[in-house]
Design a protein around this ligand. Structure first.
Ligand code: NAP
Length: 292
């Protein structure tokens, strides 16, 4: 971006943004964000910073000292950062988890874009959650963000199925439209989401029943089936769902769109964000790392 364009947007030209986490060396965020900055000719840099567990406060102090334009936050710092920022957006407050830090004048604001990124990835496939019944398999951090986001986007019924019942109850308590489900809820849902790590890193060609998050015979051809896993991109679960005739949505869309929403927060509502370039960069980075 030119200095004049930056002044119009009240941004100093050439800022630094970063992802903090540990480990962070294999994060796809630098490739995805650099692709977006490059496609929009925005003069920002983006780096990955390994911040050891327990030292999130120092990372925020560095953000204040060096006036980073924005931070992406990944494991293990999402909850710690939620306690350290000046303000939280509604999703981050509900989840007690932050994946994005931005400036509002001299205050640091924590946001959570993962769940909204998932909803945006569905929208990209012409799937609306407004009025939908959603079954979510899993109750970890990713599942929690999806439960919160689909409820905010108008899902009328969200059922949570998880191996550990206590975590399912905690996750279902996030929203008034969510409850702990039973296996038959998969059959009656409009949208089924695998938010577990079951199937991650598994070659679909050699997958066993244990590599599927639930029994695919419960699926109907008119359902939408999503997987948050993006390594491999077409999981065994998505493959079985496609064989049945379901519409499938892979996990890379969520990764790309949560990053696009971060860019929107950092750069402002009128910023041009090229999600196709971001997805191509993520795909290339996965191939380079041997994950595809
Ligand atoms: P997490 O907090 O560790 O939660 C893992 C979930 O998987 C829990 O519900 C856990 O059940 C379940 N699980 C693990 N092994 C299982 C097994 N053998 N059988 C049944 N359930 C099992 O992890 P997370 O951060 O939520 O991530 C979950 C998945 O989402 C990962 O594959 C991750 O790569 C993916 N993800 C994708 C994106 C994206 O942008 N696309 C973003 C975040 C995460 P218990 O509660 O019973 O342990």
């Amino acid at each position: 971006m030119t200095a004049d364009q930056a002044a119009e947007r009240e941004l100093p030209p050439g800022k630094l943004a970063a992802v903090i986490g540990s480990p962070v060396a294999h994060s796809l965020s630098p490739a995805i964000h650099r692709a977006a900055f490059g496609a929009a000719a925005i003069d920002w840099s983006y780096v990955a910073l390994d911040v050891p567990p327990g030292r999130a406060d120092e990372a925020l102090a560095a953000m204040r000292l060096f006036h980073f334009g924005g931070l992406s936050v990944t494991m293990p710092h999402k909850e710690a950062i939620a306690k350290l920022v000046d303000r939280l957006d509604p999703a981050a407050r509900t989840l007690n988890s932050v994946n994005t830090v931005s400036w509002d004048r001299d205050e640091l604001v924590g946001s959570s874009t993962d769940g909204a990124g998932f909803v945006a990835s569905l929208a990209e496939s012409d799937v609306s959650v407004d009025g939908a019944k959603v079954a979510i398999i899993g109750a970890g951090g990713a599942a929690r963000s999806v439960i919160d986001a689909v409820a905010r986007a108008g899902a009328v019924d969200v059922t949570v199925l998880n191996r550990s019942a206590d975590r399912a109850e905690q996750a279902a308590a996030l929203s008034a439209v969510a409850s702990v489900g039973i296996v038959s809820d998969v059959h009656r849902a409009d949208i089924i989401v695998n938010a577990t790590s079951v199937g991650m890193g598994v070659d679909p060609g050699t997958a066993a029943d244990d590599d599927l998050p639930c029994d695919p015979s419960l699926l109907r051809p008119d359902q939408v089936v999503a997987d948050l896993i993006y390594h491999p991109l077409e999981t065994a679960w998505l493959g079985r769902a496609a064989d049945i005739g379901c519409r499938t949505v892979d996990g890379l869309g969520m990764l790309v769109h949560q990053a696009a929403l971060q860019q929107r927060i950092w750069l402002g509502g009128d910023a041009r964000i090229d999600t196709a370039a971001m997805r191509a960069a993520a795909d290339a980075a996965l191939r380079d790392s041997g994950c595809r």
